[in-house]
Design a protein around this ligand. Sequence first.
Ligand code: G3H
Length: 485
Amino acid sequence: EFIEWEGPFQEVYSPIYTRSSSTDELIKTKLGSYPICTTKESDLALKSALKAFNGGRGEWPSMSVSQRISAMENFIVKMVEQREKVVKLLVWEICKSYKDSEKEFDRTVDAIKCSIEALKELDINSSRTKADEGVVAQVKKSPYGVVLCMGPYNYPLNETFATLIPALLMGNTVLFKPPRRGTLLFEPLLNAFKECFPKGVINTLYGRGKDVIPALMQSGKINVLAFIGSSKVVNGMIKEHPNANSLHSVLGLDAKNAAIIDKTADIDLAVKEAVLGSFSFNGQRCTALKIIFVHSSVADEFNKKFTQEISKLKVGMPWEENVTITPLAEPDKPQYVQKCIDEALQNKGEIINKENGGGQILNSLVSPTVIYPANEKMNLLYNNEQFAPIIPIVPFDDLESPISYITNSTKGQQAAIFSNDEDTVSYLVDALCCQVGRININAQCQRGPDTLPFNGRKNSALGTLSTIDALYALSIDSVVATKDT
Ligand code: G3H
């Protein structure tokens, strides 16, 4: 809902520096500002969402599925009208390349359309009658109530909408807080929200999480937490809820996706996929490859070809043609990468692409960097999620070594296997299928196509998201049962 805001405001700067025409100095580019909300506004937003839901009797949850679909189709039309503005803000706020920013926008629109189609199917099957043991029951998908949606900075639009849209389609009302980076890009869509959905159905909350989230959670009135981001943040949030143990949550969290390159692998293919997996959008993808295990017998060949391919990656500004490596979105990340490099060098690792610029850091730009041989003493790179263009490579002689790394990891999103030997592939699939949510054969890790279940094990996820699965995750079966007399 819209309130007149007199301040204070949080100024938003781009990670891109520009050169001052007068002093020739590098200066930060101001993009705009957003209100720093407090508990007062989070309380108002919550009241508004609760009122619009009205215990399931509000205008929105009471609408037929086809009415909700038509409101959403109307929203798509208005959203597409704002494409250029949103794409531009994606480019400047998080430095995603222009092409990838366009892709993020278009993929989001496609995902909404896909969810609508899935809902049409679901609606046909959802109000079903069950008769068993003398009981006749009507079973129907119903909304939970108020859903708090939060997405990450790396896919601010797409991954916020990955839960927000299905939550709406299923009749919930939502509160959503844009990520700290990737905030302004929602502004061009606020009018479309207002024009397409009844009052109070979507409530946008700006500000610092620590100012607005605890009060929301402590109210106990949030029925679902739909969060994509880091486990550290979400664990702190859930603890605040009085029903923390039973709060329904849909979560996409940490990942340390490993690639295993077997001695029989097609090395050229493995190199091509590993470059994409490790360095697309600077490695700032939850599905990025974050550690590579390579069989010792093919390590030299792989490393040589891998570093050759990396040297072709263009480092530059997001609007440049064919650019891969752009300024990092998190201001403290270059410093963190330096720490990873220092720790690796202290533990007998080398930057094997140093001759081609590996290990260079200039303001918010970090060149793609390869560390070899990596080992467990490099705690930051070996165990943590780097979310940056630096990749550790670990040589192995026995397949049990990467298997045990993945098995013992606290994260379990995806893994990639590169092998041309069917027995090895099936051995690895059997060993890993209860450790990670998805195994990619001779391909990098990735979320798409968005109709596929997107989930993970251990600290990586809770529940399954996809354009279809999210409809189930954000609704609950209501049963009305009668005794058959
Ligand atoms: O950051 C996590 C995203 O879900 C990754 O999606 O594999 O399509 O880049 P992607």
